[in-house]
Design a binder for this molecule. Structure first.
Ligand code: HEC
Length: 89
């Protein structure tokens, strides 16, 4: 009886630490900058296009197009577009 209580507590601790750890990782992903996301995602299928390749209006359109191709979130593509536009000035 005592043993099973101790085992349950241990399982709970392991489960809690795993859950907390996975939250920590997703926070790290959420904190990624546009430049980081651009280098990680936009060179997977072709060379990552440099900011000067398109003007700011066209980056909006290419961003929408590539969000679908790369299967990334709206937040991430917005960060990438903001990075490409800011580096374009
Ligand atoms: C899953 C593969 C894939 C990923 C990831 C990807 N692209 Fe593309 N990209 C393509 C393909 C394929 C084309 C050629 C046009 C087409 O067939 O859709 C293309 C074309 C483009 C073009 C040419 C203009 C256009 O809209 O067609 C630009 C600019 C571009 N990609 C930028 C990006 C950026 C920025 C990212 C990162 C967010 C990215 N790509 C990620 C596959 C990808």
């Amino acid at each position: 009886m005592k043993k099973s209580i101790i085992i349950s507590i241990l399982i709970l601790i392991v489960a809690a630490s795993t859950t907390l750890n996975s939250c920590y990782i997703s926070q790290k992903v959420a904190a990624k900058s546009g430049a980081q996301l651009w280098s990680e995602n936009c060179a997977r299928c072709h060379n990552a296009p440099s900011p000067g390749e398109f003007n700011n209006d066209n980056w909006e359109i290419a961003g929408m197009h590539m969000q679908v191709r790369a299967n990334i979130t709206q937040t991430d593509v917005n960060k990438i577009i903001d990075f490409l536009k800011a580096a374009n000035n």
